[in-house]
Write a protein that binds this ligand. Structure first.
Ligand code: FAD
Length: 517
């Protein structure tokens, strides 16, 4: 009948509308991006690189990679996705140097922004009474060092490895051996330019849009893409006295470390690491030691014993060499390390700061750089560090052949608690970093499973012993776990998200908020 034909036509029309809508949501997404007027460009085919990171364990393919030439390219893209509303599944991940460990800079079927393409604004150093450098959010720290050194200046606070971007480390914290004095990198930023999840370009600082400024610092990429940063500088030294000494007792090691972090001007950099029954491939042992080579301190054969290596640096200019030698000698004379284990050399400031790159080159040549990295980074309150050391080193962890374990104290007073970074409650806490590399296809103690199991046991111990530990570079899979991580600060974090990225478009790889579709 006519009525049936009419109803059938209506059903067909309805079904084709749904198909068109689905097509719009999925297949035509890249096409809608193609219509945007940009200075840079999208790549829809060569996207595999954006699905990889240093961790080498998670791979989520994006639909497109944006190579921005200008800040407005990024704003236009995010605004476009924001205007598509909650029905589009598209998300956006800024990718710095892709040195995340668990897919944090990836976006499954979304858009990855290759931040290193953003060379606008050109890096500019301001050498005055309070020097600073203006950089793009995609700039590598190594490039900032090279540029600022031309003016005799350098940033104050670093990471151990400099081939990371400004946006990437400021989204976490940026911690290294200078943090005890200057705080992490997020404590050394004057101003940011940020593009929110609505595509707005906003300048922010302590004084201007301060809520956004503090949200973004340590904000795990949740509130905006950092397109520009103004970073505080100081006069750069020419040279560094680089020192390593060994201890066979944790209590003495920790006491000396803490003493040095509170002593005025004793050293400019303080770190340390653990050596447990070390014999493996990543840490070759050599029988002859050269006291002029601090690297050799980490190559001691420990015969099953656990050793603790204190690593120090004193900056100096050659015209003050004698005076600085005396100061170093005085500071060292107050320490209780094993007397025959003093390793000391003098290197340029650049060589010192870029030291991990030397290891990178060596590991790459052996095919040991692009392997899975099941790293575990913990922030442990000072009052619990002895329990932790006793339980973990030589006990849960029988050797350190899979890579270095860093351990050093930092002062909470150098952190700004208005930022999004999550740290323990106590005045002093330790960074303990298990920087493991897994040998692919190994099922033994060098294999991924073994290392992951060890990490799990360490985390379980922290939890059952109520150590008050926080993860640095955290990774969780449920929102419940994230709530526990943030503790009482969760409400503020979630509120900030609903203000700056209400559709949860940004940094989906952190798996904190899900875009509602
Ligand atoms: P990516 O991995 O690309 O991104 C990290 C996160 O930040 C992602 O969620 C991403 O979406 C987001 N993001 C990236 N760029 C931006 C931006 N412009 N705006 C907003 N969000 C952005 N950390 C330390 O603190 N101290 C160390 O000493 C240290 N040493 C390291 C050594 C090595 C060898 C490696 C691999 C890592 C080290 N890290 C260290 C960790 C490092 O700081 C983080 O992994 C950092 O995120 C890496 O920077 P990236 O540029 O590769 O960021």
């Amino acid at each position: 009948t006519k009525q049936h034909v009419f109803i059938r036509s209506l059903i067909i029309l309805f079904l084709s509308c749904i198909t068109v809508k689905l097509n719009l949501c999925f297949s035509s997404i890249p096409y809608s991006l193609k219509t945007l007027n940009l200075e840079g460009h999208f790549n829809f085919d060569e996207v595999h690189h954006a699905a990889r990171d240093f961790g080498n364990r998670y791979q989520f393919l994006p639909s497109a990679v944006l190579h921005p030439k200008s800040v407005s390219d990024i704003a236009t893209t995010i605004k476009h996705i924001w205007e598509m509303g909650p029905h589009s599944e598209l998300t956006v991940a800024a990718r710095g140097h892709g040195h995340s460990l668990q897919g944090q800079a990836q976006s499954h079927r979304g858009v990855v922004i290759n931040m290193e393409s953003l060379q606008d604004p050109k890096m500019q150093v301001y050498a005055g009474n309070f020097p600073y450098v203006d950089v793009s959010g995609g700039e590598l720290w190594i490039n900032i060092l090279h540029e600022s050194l031309k003016y005799g200046l350098a940033p104050k606070s670093w990471t151990d490895y400099l081939h990371l971007t400004v946006g990437g480390t400021l989204s976490n914290a940026g911690i290294s051996g200078q943090a005890f004095r200057h705080g992490p990198q997020i404590s050394n930023v004057h101003q940011l330019e940020v593009i929110t999840g609505k595509g707005e370009i906003i300048n922010c600082s302590e004084k201007q849009n301060s809520e956004l400024f503090h949200s973004v610092l340590g904000g795990l990429g949740q509130f905006g893409v950092i397109t520009r940063a103004r970073i505080s500088l100081e006069p750069a030294p020419e040279m560094v006295k680089w020192i390593r000494v060994l201890y066979d007792d944790f209590a003495t090691f920790a006491r000396d470390q803490e003493h040095l972090t509170s002593a005025e001007n004793a050293f400019d950099y303080i770190e340390g690491f653990v050596i447990v029954n070390r014999t493996g491939l990543l840490n070759n042992w050599r029988s002859s030691f050269n006291p002029q080579d601090p690297i050799q301190a980490s190559q001691f054969k420990t015969d099953g014993k656990t050793l603790f290596c204190l690593e120090l640096a004193k900056y100096f200019n050659p015209d003050k060499n004698e005076k600085v030698n005396q100061e170093v000698e005085n500071s060292l004379s107050l320490l209780s390390y094993i007397p025959s284990t003093l390793f000391l050399s003098e290197v340029s400031y650049l060589q010192f700061l870029d030291r991990v790159h030397v290891s990178e080159v060596k590991l790459r040549s052996k095919g040991l750089w692009e392997v899975p990295h099941p790293w575990l980074n913990l922030l442990i309150p000072r009052s619990k560090i002895h329990n932790f050391a006793e339980k973990v080193f030589g006990n849960i962890l029988k050797d350190t052949s899979n890579g270095p374990i860093l351990i050093y104290p930092v002062n909470r007073s150098k952190w700004d608690n208005r930022t999004s970074a999550v740290i323990p409650e106590e005045d002093i806490f330790y960074l303990v970093a298990f920087l493991s590399s897994a040998v692919p296809s190994s099922t033994g103690t060098e294999g991924l499973e073994h290392i992951l199991n060890q990490n799990k046991r360490i985390l379980e111990y922290c939890e059952t012993a109520y150590l008050g530990v926080k993860q640095y570079l955290p990774h969780y899979t449920t929102q419940e776990q994230w709530r526990t991580h943030f503790g009482p600060r969760w409400e503020v974090f979630a509120q900030r998200k609903s203000t700056y990225d209400p559709l949860a478009i940004l940094a989906p790889g952190q798996r904190i908020f899900q875009k509602a579709i």
